[in-house]
Unconditional design. Structure first.
Length: 116
């Protein structure tokens, strides 16, 4: 069982920055592929970014490419999402996701609100 706890959400003005963190349980965190998803009010959950177990490969949704950066610290069992140049349309609940051995785990989410 993998437990994920997100933090770092909050209210920020457009153009500002936030860094989200996701702390994971488990002794084999370094083997997990990790990702961030988000769900805006009234919309379906969508992919934001992903990072391989080693951190050597990353992928981003087109809507955040060039503004968001995903990274991980395997020594701290933590994955991060640095969000810059935030826009009102980035407002959503952001969820951390872990994939290991074909199974997927989710955190409870952290709310990011970007005011115009």
């Amino acid at each position: 069982q993998v437990q994920l706890v997100e933090s770092g959400g909050g209210l920020v003005q457009a153009g500002g920055s936030l860094r989200l963190s996701c702390a994971a349980s488990g002794r084999t965190f370094s083997s997990y592929a990790m990702g961030w998803f988000r769900q805006a009010p009234g919309k379906e959950r969508e992919f934001v970014a992903a990072i391989s177990w080693s951190g050597g490969n990353t992928h981003y949704a087109d809507s955040v490419k060039g503004r968001f950066t995903i990274s991980r610290d395997n020594a701290k069992n933590t994955v991060y999402l640095q969000m810059n140049s935030l826009k009102p349309e980035d407002t959503a609940v952001y969820y951390c996701n872990a994939e290991t051995s074909g199974r997927y785990y989710w955190g409870k989410g952290t709310l990011v609100t970007v005011s115009s």
